[in-house]
Design a protein around this ligand. Structure first.
Ligand SMILES: Nc1ncnc2c1ncn2[C@@H]1O[C@H](COP(=O)(O)OP(=O)(O)O)[C@@H](O)[C@H]1O
Ligand SMILES: [Mg+2]
Length: 360
């Protein structure tokens, strides 16, 4: 798939913007705070309806404006799709594909798959489990409509259950209703656990090979799913934890407590890896994400690299750049030196300055 163009109206620091991207590598360069990441964010919203950094719709609308428009032209299998996203300050957003409004975010699925890579992703191994779950969920939600809806339902029920646990403190009679929530939590939770497990098994194989390559055959990276409970045990364990949950007013068992385990040799590198191992493994993980998407959608995703190259040493830069030659990439950076240095093929270059983008 290919993003042909992006138009913005009152989005972040862009009053009006129109850019035409090309196949291959597109570079956006410019000083800090000029609007480079904002462009990638708008692209991400077009593909997923959400900001990559979790910003609220109203925060993406230009200061002092009421609404904002993003129009993206995508080419996929020789077909064109125009995705229009209309962000509104106090109401939910409107989305249209080829001018036909869609009701559910999931109708957008499969038109524009995005892999977003930012410097924070390099900390995914050393940071807490919630970041690793977020990685898993963001990817699975782009690839699997059923997962998206199961996860939304699970989170909704989890919140309601937690609220109920608090209410029971004051109204003991509500205890009878708890099992109704438990039943639903288990139902959705089991589906989430099974999907995560299957996905990570496949991803684990890819990560292993990529990491072996990046590390020059020196390291074997093993990624495994570390579920808080299994699909089979969830119901029993949830029941067994009921007293504890009532005491602490929160749900202590379930996939909302899952994690991913990364091992090199016998060492759990989340805790015992060197900084270098953790960052290289994170790079391997992001690169396997690209492979995994390719495999599942039988097409290439669009890769967004936000200021990430300057974080990598030159051999890792080379590895990354060499392995993305066949997919459309939009790269942001502050200078062009790193590309000149690596004599990397660049297809289009833009300079971003204070909410204006100029083709170079
Ligand atoms: N809602 C908004 N309205 C107007 N400007 C915004 C909004 N949100 C962020 N900005 C501005 O966008 C700029 C940051 O853009 P960003 O894309 O993060 O820069 P960079 O080029 O460093 O990636 C800042 O100047 C910030 O004030
Ligand atoms: Mg930025």
């Amino acid at each position: 798939m290919l993003i042909k163009s992006l138009e913005l109206k009152s989005f972040r620091n862009y009053e009006n913007l129109s850019v035409a991207f090309t196949e291959g590598t597109n570079i956006l360069f410019g000083d800090n705070a000029q609007g480079k990441t904002n462009i990638l964010e708008a692209v991400y919203v077009s593909g997923t309806t959400k900001s990559h950094k979790g910003s609220k719709d109203r925060d993406m609308i230009q200061f002092e404006k009421e609404e904002s428009h993003i129009r993206t032209l995508v080419e996929k299998n020789e077909q064109e799709f125009q995705i229009d996203v209309h962000l509104k300050k106090n109401r939910s957003k409107g989305i249209a594909v080829n001018r036909i409004p869609i009701k559910k975010a999931s109708s957008l699925f499969g038109i524009l798959n995005i892999v977003f890579f930012s410097p924070e992703d390099l900390n995914i191994i050393k940071n807490g489990p919630s970041q690793r779950r977020r990685f898993l969920d963001l990817e699975l939600c782009q690839l699997d409509k059923i997962y998206l809806s199961d996860l939304a339902n699970y989170n909704k029920i989890l919140n309601q259950r937690n609220k109920l646990l608090k209410d029971i403190v004051f109204r003991r009679e509500l205890l009878d209703t708890l099992s109704v929530w438990d039943m639903q939590l288990v139902e959705y939770g089991q589906r989430i656990i099974c999907r995560r497990s299957a996905f990570l098994e496949e991803l684990g194989e890819i990560v292993y090979n990529i990491h072996k390559n990046i590390s020059g055959n020196r390291e074997e990276l093993i990624l495994t799913y570390e579920p808080n409970t299994s699909a089979e045990q969830f119901e029993t364990e949830l029941a067994a934890a009921r007293e504890k949950d009532l005491k602490y007013c929160q749900t202590s068992v379930g996939p909302h407590r899952d994690d991913l385990l990364f091992q090199i040799g016998d060492a759990d590198i989340r805790k015992f890896g060197s900084q270098g191992q953790q960052r290289t493994s994170a790079l391997s993980l992001k690169m396997s994400e690209i492979q995994m998407v390719k495999k599942l959608i039988h097409d290439t995703p669009v890769l967004l690299l936000d200021d990430v190259l300057s974080e990598l040493d030159s051999s890792r830069q080379n590895y990354l750049l060499a392995s993305i030659h066949d997919i459309q990439t939009i790269i942001t950076c502050t200078g062009l030196d790193e590309f000149v240095k690596n004599r990397f093929r660049i297809d289009r270059v833009f300079e971003v300055r204070n909410g204006q983008v100029e083709l170079k």
